[in-house]
Design a protein around this ligand. Structure first.
Ligand code: KIV
Length: 276
């Protein structure tokens, strides 16, 4: 009987949920990155990234839409499947796209597809306490879940743009309570997007599960960036929290290694990447 490690012929064991929890406990920053295809997934994984997300941001950076709303379950399965071929060590998380988790049963059906057809190890869904029933249902069926709070890009038309969330006290308090409710429902990971530093820290301090931030300040358990933003491929206006790691390096390999290093030594995010 081969162990998973021997089968993959790797020196380092693959990252799993326990690894991520231990990293939070040891205060070791978790380096995460999105990927959308096998070649980039291989480079991202080889750079030492702990978690790879097949984000529905692919709707914007790969498919050329203005939002993530048009992305379908079929799109996510296709990209997840090809990313999985490039990933060896990192933990593979896949986004559930817009309207693919409107009820517990629909969420279960689609997350099973993402895991069985797309090789996802965890699914990510956007929303606060309104998603508690969905998360409970997935958890009851042993589907690992990452809850996404703060800026929820799938709600862009409802909130009126990609804006920092949680700036007023009531909204900030609600976000912390939502994150706690999602953890209690069974979420194994929480992603916080575009929130002031103090909210990123408060969510992180109030949870046992790891919190990954994107534009959530330095005091979270890990950082994630959209690959195309980190490599300077994205055209036009890029969010404040983005750092272009290609500009000081000579290759994609070096840029990705520099990102992982900057997350691990906490030099990224710097104050200019943060919100107050
Ligand atoms: O879709 C995505 O890329 C995301 C980001 C917040 C990382 O969810």
């Amino acid at each position: 009987m081969y162990t998973q490690l021997q089968q993959r012929g790797m020196e380092q064991p693959p990252v799993n949920i326990s690894t991520l929890r231990k990293m939070k406990a040891a205060k070791e920053p978790i380096a995460c990155m999105t990927a959308y295809d096998a070649s980039f997934a291989l480079l991202v994984d080889r750079a030492g990234t702990d978690l790879v997300l097949v984000g529905d941001s692919l709707g914007m950076v790969v498919q050329g839409y203005d939002t993530t709303v048009p992305v379908t379950v079929e799109d996510m399965i296709y990209h997840s499947k090809i990313v999985a071929r490039g990933v060896a060590r990192a933990f593979l998380v896949v986004d559930m796209p817009f309207m693919s988790y409107t009820s517990p049963d629909q969420a279960l059906e689609n997350s099973v597809r993402l895991m069985q057809e797309g090789a996802a190890m965890m699914v990510k869904l956007e929303g606060g306490s309104g998603q508690v029933k969905v998360v409970e249902h997935l958890t009851r069926h042993d589907i690992p879940v990452c809850a996404h709070v703060g800026l929820k890009p799938q709600s862009v038309h409802k909130i009126g743009g990609f804006k920092v969330q949680g700036r007023d006290d009531a909204q900030g308090r609600q976000m912390i309570e939502d994150a706690q409710a999602l953890q209690a429902a069974g979420a194994d990971l929480v992603l916080a997007e575009c929130v002031p530093n103090e909210i990123g820290k408060a969510v992180t301090d109030s949870l046992d599960v790891p919190v990954i931030g994107i534009g959530a300040g330095p005091d979270v358990d890990g950082q994630i960036l959209v690959l195309y933003d980190a490599l300077g491929i994205t055209q036009g206006r890029v969010p404040r929290f983005v750092r272009n790691f290609m500009s000081d390096t000579g290759s994609v390999d070096e840029a990705l290694a520099s990102y992982v290093q900057a997350v691990k030594d906490r030099s990224y995010p710097a104050p200019e990447h943060c919100f107050s």
